[in-house]
Design a protein around this ligand. Structure first.
Ligand code: SAH
Length: 195
């Protein structure tokens, strides 16, 4: 099997794994009441842009080989590295969901009786799920052998991240006040000790 084909198969497995991890939380989220929602128009646009880069463009490429422009034959080393990053992304994704539990949301929501999680994977990082998303996007760039559909996840999720983190932290600060400010002061966003 060519590395190109293996990479695309692994990307499909990554998406399936992603969904299997998320599904129980999505089900539970439907039953947990929302006290405040930050899903305004900008948030909807951010989600659509991110979904285009992480889902639609690579999905189209894997299903149909389109767009043909920018298609290349990757090395086995690149595909192997992609598999490794994908496994790490899934592991981190699962840990963040388990830590957030009923506080999880696909968007920006404060739930009824929302508690601030500051332990476990959330002890040193305040956005570890976004670290997992960046790892997933990096895995996509390595696994999907297209100079367009491959990096599209990094661009799409990068935009969501750049424009969501401000509103998300403001929302958390409004809800949790001094507790969130102190938490923010002692944590990094997505890379321990760095950023
Ligand atoms: N930005 C976080 C969480 C993403 S999920 C991360 O990357 O890990 C987004 C939802 O999680 C939002 O609705 C927000 O209310 C909630 N959330 C974010 N950080 C939280 C925390 N430390 N404790 C509890 N809920 C949190």
């Amino acid at each position: 099997m060519s590395a190109a084909l293996a990479g695309q198969g692994l990307w499909v497995l990554l998406v399936v794994g992603w969904y299997v991890i998320r599904y129980p939380f999505e089900r539970r989220a439907r039953k947990t009441r929302i006290a405040h929602s930050g899903r305004d128009l900008s948030e909807r646009i951010r989600m659509a842009v991110s979904f285009t880069g992480l889902g639609i463009l690579p999905g189209l490429f894997v299903a149909s080989g389109l767009p043909r422009l920018g298609t290349y034959e990757p090395s086995a080393l690149q595909t192997g590295a992609g598999a490794l990053v994908a496994a790490l992304a899934l592991y981190l994704f699962r840990r963040t969901h388990k830590a957030l539990g009923r506080m999880w949301s696909v968007s920006l929501d404060i739930r009824e009786k929302h508690k601030l999680v500051t332990t476990g994977i959330y002890e040193r990082l305040r956005h570890p799920m976004y670290t997992a998303f960046f790892a997933m996007a990096l895995a996509q760039a390595l696994l999907v052998p297209s100079a367009i559909a491959g990096p599209a996840g990094l661009v799409g999720f990068g935009l969501l991240f750049a424009f969501r983190i401000g509103p998300e932290e403001r929302m958390m600060e409004e809800r949790f006040g001094e507790d969130y400010r102190a938490y923010k002061a002692r944590t990094a966003r997505i890379l321990p000790g760095l950023f």
